[in-house]
Write a protein that binds this ligand. Structure first.
Ligand code: MEV
Length: 431
């Protein structure tokens, strides 16, 4: 137990961590290899969160050749899993030669709630609410002014009776348009201001029954902030390696049907979709936890957890699409602060939030196309283990020459960890 850890300087925090957990592994100075060379940048980084002791670095890669609504994008991706970028790039190239991706953002509305309890007369509460509704707009005006100038703001405020689900429970259900911002701070500030208005006015106007606001917070479920991306091509064009188009397309559609029929497969299938999506969400400084939570909730919208992607063959045309809520932003938050995020945004040609939603959805679709294509043909381990070989060799501490020798050996063979270790030991003369 330690008190006042947050009050220590960064140096003191490192010392404490070192003395308690790390002294037996490496010298204390090793910590400094985690520092950025630019002090100003390091300070900026340290200010993102509390109790920082170092930096955690992940690779930034790009997937080129994304033709989205006739514009070609190179997409930055941040992740640690091998094969994902290669797979996404391969799928993007395939679809760039088969008509490209087409997208539609259905709406960009976000939601926030004031959760309250009222034990009095329902009608009286609804009456009270319609009386104060103009005040809710008026008293949030100083907060919404900038957003309104950018075409956003509060789009609706509604009182919902939730007493069928929970005794005395009502919701003030507020919808927002937040322009190019993700808008979490904006939404929460508006909700907290509205809460003050409700509490003050309820004391003055509600004579019977007690009203208690329990909490006010945005919802990360954003089914009204929805994007659809699709690709299509004649099945005759779908041949994969030596498999003919009709067979490949038919098997592909069956694989998607399995993800719609079985939750175990659906979760893995959607995990693959999110391999692509999260990587771009992180590269662009967006909140991947929010995107993940919304995506998986949306996958249950029909009452059962299903695939986020859909495929069918109609009139000999193969159609493949994704529909997914993506509450992301291209202004505010980390977008202007984090140097790698700024770089990623530049690579994407500084997109609007709407354009970024489309790009992210296409990457999810491409990733799923690549994963399912591998699964229904040669399996995923072939490509995966080839990439993983580099990780194994680094883990073993192989030299460049040893790496080259081992990579050449496995060129036309399936990679297995034990075989790599065995060969490495042989080369080292250990067996
Ligand atoms: C691995 O990270 C993702 C896959 O399992 C996705 C899938 O099975 O569709 C390959």
């Amino acid at each position: 137990m330690i008190n006042g850890f947050s009050k220590l300087t960064k140096k003191q925090k490192r010392q404490w961590i070192y003395q308690n957990y790390l002294f037996q592994y490496f010298p204390e100075e090793v910590f400094s290899i985690y520092d950025l060379s630019d002090d100003k940048l390091q300070k900026l980084h340290d200010d993102f969160i509390e109790n920082t002791i170092g930096n955690y670095v992940l690779p930034l890669a790009v997937a080129p050749n994304f033709f989205i609504d006739d514009h070609c994008y190179t997409v930055p991706m941040v992740l640690e899993e091998s094969s994902v970028v290669a797979a996404v790039s391969k799928a993007a190239k395939f679809w760039s030669q088969h008509g490209g991706f087409h997208c539609r953002v259905r709406s960009m509305e976000k939601v926030g709630h004031i959760h309250l309890f009222f034990d009095g007369n329902k009608q009286e509460l609804f009456q009270f609410f319609s009386q104060i509704e103009p005040l809710l707009y008026k008293e949030t005006q100083p907060l919404t002014e900038n957003m309104r100038r950018r075409g956003g703001g509060i789009s609706s405020i509604m009182l919902k009776d939730m007493t069928d689900s929970l005794e005395h429970y009502y919701q003030v259900f507020v919808t927002f348009l937040t322009g190019d911002a993700m808008g979490a701070n904006f939404i929460n500030s508006c909700l907290e201001q509205m809460t003050k208005t409700i509490e003050r006015e309820s004391i003055a106007r509600l004579t019977k029954g007690s009203l208690e606001v329990l909490m006010s917070i945005l919802s990360n479920y954003t089914p009204q902030c929805l994007v659809k991306a699709e690709v299509s091509t004649p099945v005759s064009q779908m041949s994969f390696e030596d498999i003919e188009g009709v067979t490949f397309a038919t098997d592909f559609v069956r694989a998607i049907a399995i993800a719609n029929a079985d939750v175990y497969r659906a979760v893995t299938h959607n995990k693959g979709v999110m391999n692509g999506i999260d990587a771009v969400v992180i590269a662009t400084g967006n909140d991947f936890r929010a995107v993940e939570a919304a995506a998986h909730a949306y996958a249950t919208k029909d009452g059962r957890y299903k695939s986020l992607t859909q495929a069918c063959i109609k009139d000999d045309i193969f159609h493949f699409s994704i529909e997914i809520p993506l509450a992301i932003g291209t202004v505010g938050g980390l977008t202007k602060l984090h140097p790698m995020v700024r770089t990623a945004m530049k690579i994407l040609e500084n997109p609007s939030a709407e354009t970024l939603m489309k790009i992210i959805a296409c990457v999810g679709l491409a990733q799923n196309f690549a994963a399912v294509s591998s699964l229904i043909t040669h399996g995923i381990q072939k490509g995966h283990m080839k990439m993983h070989l580099a990780n194994i060799l680094n883990q073993l501490g192989a030299t460049s020459e040893e790496k080259q020798q081992i990579i050449t050996y496995f060129k036309n063979k399936t990679v297995s960890y034990s075989e790599v270790v065995q060969l490495f030991n042989q080369i080292k003369g250990r067996e």
